[in-house]
Design a protein around this ligand. Sequence first.
Ligand SMILES: Cc1cc2nc3c(=O)[nH]c(=O)nc-3n(C[C@H](O)[C@H](O)[C@H](O)COP(=O)(O)O)c2cc1C
Length: 188
Amino acid sequence: MKTIGIVGSPRKNGNTEILTTHALKAINEEGIETELVRLAGLDIKPCSACMVCKTGEKCAIEDDLFPIYLKMKEADGIILSSPVYFGSATGLMKSFMERAGYISRLNGEPFRGKVGGPIVVARRAGKNFTFAQLTLWFQILGFFIPGSTYWNVAVGRDKGEVERDEEGLRTAWNFGKNIALLIKKLKN
Ligand SMILES: Cc1cc2nc3c(=O)[nH]c(=O)nc-3n(C[C@H](O)[C@H](O)[C@H](O)COP(=O)(O)O)c2cc1C
């Protein structure tokens, strides 16, 4: 059993990564292997609508997307995490979602029945919108999305500030616990 947390901030070691690592720790405590995947520094271009993925499980764009897509296929749980940029997910995360989502949809929907959900961080505004934006991706691809004790959103601006958001950390932690619980229930 494995869960991967994909962090869509272009900033390494930032608030989104801290919060995602926290959720992954809660999952790992339950005996599920975890891995953090940073999109920061990777080359993830937006979908070009070439429709090559309609002819097979592949993408015409040769960058860092496809190896992560293959990793997602192997996982039982997937978290997508993004900071809020101008009221929505980062361009990096959006590019990732477009291509991973389309390859999946046109090739047997391999994410259907997996467990997953979003985590969002912002300085102030746009958290719920971005949370909903990411949730729509999980919904259309057939994931089971567990809840937590609040929506999975937290507050922070400069690197590390999210550590002061006790409720945000607790929410991410409880989300992780529910991911682990659901994965185990589905496996039994
Ligand atoms: C280009 C840019 C746009 C941003 N837009 C918003 C925004 O719309 N609302 C908000 O509350 N914070 C906004 N922020 C702040 C980030 O969401 C915040 O700093 C977050 O903690 C960054 O996460 P990270 O440390 O994982 O990179 C923006 C930051 C940047 C760099």
